[in-house]
Design a protein around this ligand. Sequence first.
Ligand code: AMP
Length: 596
Amino acid sequence: MEPAQAVTSNGIGSYDYDIISWFNSISENAAVVQRETLGRILELNYGVEYLKKWFGDIKIQEKDVCALESLYTSLVPLASHADLEPFIQRIADGDTAPILTQQPITTLSLSSGTTEGRQKFVPFTRHSSQTTLQIFRLAAAYRSRVYPTRAGGRILEFIYSSKQFKTKGGLTAGTATTHYFASEEFKIKQEKTKSFTCSPQEVISGGDYKQTTYCHLLLGLFFCDQVEFITSTFAYSIVQAFASFEEHWKEICNDIKEGTLSTRITLPTMRKAVLDIISPDPSLASQIEAICEESQASDWNSLIPKLWSNAKYVYSIMTGSMQPYLKKLRHYAGSLPLVSADYGSTESWIGVNLDPSLPPEDVTFAVMPTFSYFEFIPLYRQNQDLTSGTVDFIEDEPVPLSQVKVGQEYEIVLTTFTGLYRCRLGDVVEVAGFHNGTPKLNFICRRKLILTVNIDKNTEKDLQLVVERGSQLLSKYGAELVDFTSHADVLHQPGHYIIYWEIKGEVEERVLGECCCEMDASFVDHGYVVSRRTNSIGPLELCIVERGTFKKILDYFIGNGAALSQFKTPRCTSNQMLLRTLNLCIIKRFRSTAYV
Ligand code: AMP
C-alpha cells in the first residue's frame, strides 16, 4: 500500500493531508498490513538461496498470510548481522545468483559502525530510498501542522555524503545517507515539501566534512532570510557545525562581504558551485558581524534565532546517543523549538515522530507497518542475577507488532525488502503507547553491554545517566562537557572503568575529583555496586583529555569511511587506535574515593 502520489493543485496543505490519511489507514490496520508486508517480501524473494535453506520446497504462494506468518517465524531462525554477513559478502564479491533477493543488489550501504566499532554492509535498493522519502514527507506533514513553514523557503541542512566506492564485485558502496542524498528521491522530497536545501550537491558530496561544513554555513547565511528551519541527520553534526562557526565566522563574513570563497575550500567543484551562487553582500555581512560580535560575548547563546530570524525550529535526531548534545543544542537554539527526528537504521526505517511539539526527551516513534516486517523480543532486566556475567537481559519468544505490550522493553527484529530475514537490530525500545494499531516506541539504548569488567553490566543508557550526574557539578562552575567515552580496563587488576571527558572552561581539580566520585557512586547496576564494595572492581578513573581530542576521533572515523551525517561518538571503546589517541591526550587523571 502506497501513499497517494498525485500532486494537488491547492498546494502543500492537501498534499500533507494525503500522506497523513494514508498513514492513519495503515496504522489502523497495522496487524493486517504487517502480515501483508511479510507476504510481499516473501513473494518477491521466493526461492532465494537463504530462504530455500529454511523453507525447502514448501510452496509459500499457496498459504494465506496468517499461515505464512506462523510458518515463517517457526522455520526461519532469528539471525544476527554476523549470520547474514557471509551471504552479503558473496554479493559484494560479485555473485549475482539470487542469494538474499530475487532482484540483483547493485548497491550496499555501510552502517555507521560508530556504535559497534565495525562498519557492516547492508543491502540497499530503490525501496530504501522510497521509504526514506515517505517517512520524510510524513514527518514533514506532521511538523507543518505544529510549525508551518513557508512554501518555497530554504532549509539549512548540515548533511554530508561519504565517498562512494566499488566493492570487489563492482557494487556501489557508501553510507545509506550518501545513497539517499544522491538519489532521485532526495530531489523529489525538496519539490514535494517545497523546501530547498541551501547547499548544492557539490557541497553535500564534497567528501571533506570541514570544507562542506564551511560552505553549508556560508550558504545558510547567504540565504538567511529564506531559511525556514535548520537540520541534520544526527544532532552531533549541528553542534559540530556551530563549534566550527565560532572559529571561522570572521572568514565567513568576509566571504559574504566580498563574494569570495576562503582558500580553505580547495575542492575545485565545490569552489565553483559555491562561487556560482554567492555574490558580494556587504550590508548582510555587516549585520552578521554585529550579531556575532555581540553573541561571542554571551558565549554564543541563542545564536541560531539571531542569525536566522525566520527559522521556525531545529530538527534532527536528538534521542539515544545524541541526548548528551541536547544541552549545547539548546544553548545555540535559544527559544527555538527542538524537534526530534525519526527513528531508523541502515537496515530499515522504523518509526516516525508524530508529536513534533514534544521535547526530545519525551519523543516516541510510531512504527511504519509497511516498511519492513517487525518482530519484538521481550526483554526482562536481570539486575539481581550475579551468577551470569554475560546475559544482560532475559529474553522471551519474539512477538509480532500487534502483540506488544505498553511498558515492556523489546529488542527489534527486522525482515526487510532488501533481503534481511529475522535480523536482530540490537536496539532496545520500550512501548510507550499506540497510534491507532501501531506501537509508539521509546528508544532506550543499544542492546550491547558497553561497560563490563566482571559481573557488572552497564548499557549505553546507564553510562549516559552517570555522566549526566557527574557533569551537573561542572555546570555549577561555569564549565561544560564537550564529549565523552569510556573503556573497561581489564589489563590492570582489579579491572576498572575509565571515563574520558573533554571539557570546555576551567575547573579546579577538587571539583573534577568530586565529579569522578559522583560518577562512581551513580552506577546503580547491582553487579557494579557489589563488586565495588568488595573491590573486585577498582575505583573509577576520570581522565580529562585536551581540547580537540574528540575532533581527532571524528577524523579517525571519517578517514576510515564513516560519514559525518551518521557519526555517533562511541560511548565505550576497546579500539586500540582510539585508546591510543585518548591516552596520548590525557591532561589530568582522577581516581574515585567513593566506596572507601
Ligand atoms: P546506523 O549505523 O547509521 O545505521 O545507525 C542506526 C542506529 O542509530 C540505530 O540502530 C539506533 O541505535 C540509532 N538511531 C537511529 N535513529 C535514532 C533515533 N531517532 N533515536 C535514537 N537512536 C537512533
